[in-house]
Design a protein around this ligand. Structure first.
Ligand SMILES: Cc1cc2nc3c(=O)[nH]c(=O)nc-3n(C[C@H](O)[C@H](O)[C@H](O)COP(=O)(O)OP(=O)(O)OC[C@H]3O[C@@H](n4cnc5c(N)ncnc54)[C@H](O)[C@@H]3O)c2cc1C
Length: 461
């Protein structure tokens, strides 16, 4: 229980200026991107690894839940506090500890803002590829815990592919170090990959060594308009069946296009556009035109209304800004966005969008789909009114249909947002009971008291 004595012990260990339990701070840290709100008992702002060890030891001794928090931009309730528990907010642990361009690595604390890593890397011609749409404010600790990814994942992979090693604190307050600083290393079990995507349920990450790549010399953008979602997805399938990998391949459906109209980015689309693809190629200046030619060839086909090549840097930036604003822009359709990020094999994408069209006809609320189609990863948003109980019941049925179909196509429930509170009831649809029980046993080893982010990821037993 969180008593005054515990608060005093935390204040003594971290310093009183790092422990807050006033109503304003508690309210500020009671939410994330979900519409839920849970008031914690105290919010802690550790400044270094030793603070995290101390706070975990106190939490362990008092059996107090601890929820790690980056920027609170997660969509699945991962950073939602436990009532009267502790929030460990990492925003003060925001130092870039080391930048070693020769070895192409950077050592960062969890509170570093994602895009700051890329910006520093670029000063030495290097590049940190993971690019979640929230990168301007999300923290690397949150990215690590969710294995975040963005449009570049199609060519460059996800956060997990860029982490060489981690330092972290377990649920008992023990320090663990995983991985190494070199590009090769197979010493011991791969706890780095285990911790990435573990949603703050196994350990609190206090440091990460990330890998950098040489920055591509140039990028070229194509914008393609199609008469249907199916036509666009068949084009994506053709792209993935030839050797040139674009560095981004994003889809927006008709409702997404409507949602970005106020930005002006859709002003000049041809009549009849039902789906839009943004395709990018990057690499050496002499090579990119050949890549673009090959991609254009693959993208041609039935239903293609227009290809715009030579999209200027400003136009590309406007398109990307519009694409990145979609997550909030779709809220014009209804106050609550039930935001899924399912993945299907690219070869099934065209059938999947047909299925989404059929859902759209059978359910009374708008369904808006967009996202990283080159990975088969679509954000499927059910736009509903939370006060309408009939609509909410239908939304639950719709989700069941959605997940069942995704799994029957050989896909997965979440490509990047994770499970958190929002999808844990569905986890058993994808992961069998024996695997789940092994996962629970692993958690027990890292967190014997079950205080790290309880009530997240796992379904009720
Ligand atoms: C507009 C918008 C666009 C988005 N676009 C994308 C996208 O393109 N791709 C994508 O993958 N996601 C996207 N997201 C989701 C979200 O931004 C990512 O999941 C991001 O990684 C969360 O980072 P955060 O710092 O906000 O973490 P939080 O939301 O604060 O926390 C997320 C999880 O990480 C855990 N955590 C945080 N820090 C630590 C730590 N140091 N140690 C252990 N656990 C920790 C928390 O407990 C929680 O479970 C988007 C969100 C929004 C609002």
């Amino acid at each position: 229980m969180l008593t005054r004595d515990v608060i005093r012990a935390l204040a003594k260990a971290l310093g009183p200026e790092r422990v807050f339990d006033d109503p304003a701070t508690l309210a500020l840290y009671s939410t994330d991107e979900t519409p839920r709100k849970v008031t914690p008992g105290a919010v802690l702002f550790p400044a270094n690894h030793e603070h995290v060890v101390a706070l975990m030891q106190i939490a362990f001794a008092n059996k107090l839940p601890v929820v790690a928090r980056g920027a609170g931009s997660g969509n699945v309730g991962g950073a939602l506090p436990v009532a009267n528990g502790l929030v460990a907010s990492f925003e003060c642990m925001n130092r870039i500890v080391e930048f070693d361009p020769g070895n192409r690595i950077m050592v960062v604390e969890p509170g570093v803002v994602t895009e700051d890593i890329g910006q520093l890397a670029r000063t030495h011609g290097l590049f940190y590829p993971p690019d979640p749409g929230s990168g301007a404010y999300s923290r690397i600790g949150g990215n690590l815990a969710m294995n975040a990814a963005g449009p570049h994942a199609i060519k460059y992979g996800v956060t997990r592919d860029y982490v060489l090693g981690l330092k972290a604190v377990t649920g008992e307050g023990k320090t663990i170090s995983t991985g190494c600083r070199t590009s090769k290393g197979v010493t011991g079990y791969d706890f780095t990959r285990l911790l990435i995507g573990s949603e703050g349920t196994l350990a609190l990450i206090t440091q990460a060594t990330v890998k950098l790549l040489p920055a591509p010399e140039t990028v070229a953008t194509l914008r393609l308009c199609y008469a249907s979602n199916r036509a666009a997805c068949e084009a994506i399938d053709r792209v993935m069946n030839q050797p040139i990998i674009p560095c981004a391949l994003e889809l927006m459906d008709r409702r997404s296009i409507e949602a970005i109209r106020p930005t002006g980015a859709a002003d000049d689309l041809p009549f009849g556009t039902e789906a839009l693809l943004m395709v990018e190629a990057d690499g050496p200046v002499r090579d990119v035109p050949h890549q673009i030619a090959a991609l254009k060839e693959a993208l041609k086909g039935d239903g293609l209304l227009e290809v715009r090549e030579g999209v200027t840097r400003e136009e590309a930036q406007a398109l990307w800004a519009a694409r990145k604003s979609l997550s909030h822009a779709v809220k014009q359709y209804a106050p609550l966005k039930i935001n899924e990020d399912v993945v299907v094999p690219v070869s099934r994408l065209a059938d999947f969008v047909d299925f989404l069209d059929s859902l759209g006809h059978r359910y009374p609320f708008p369904i808006v789909s967009f996202g990283h189609a080159g990975n088969g990863n679509l954000h499927v948003n059910l736009m509903v009114h939370p006060d309408n109980t009939e609509e909410m019941a239908q939304a639950r049925n719709c989700l069941n249909e959605l997940f069942t179909t995704v799994l029957s196509f050989g896909g997965t429930l979440s490509g990047e947002h994770g499970i958190g509170t929002e999808k844990r009831a569905y986890l058993g649809m994808e992961i069998n009971a024996d695997t789940l029980s092994l996962m629970r046993a692993v958690k027990q080893q890292f967190d014997p008291a079950g205080i790290l982010n309880p009530g997240k990821l796992f379904p009720d037993s």
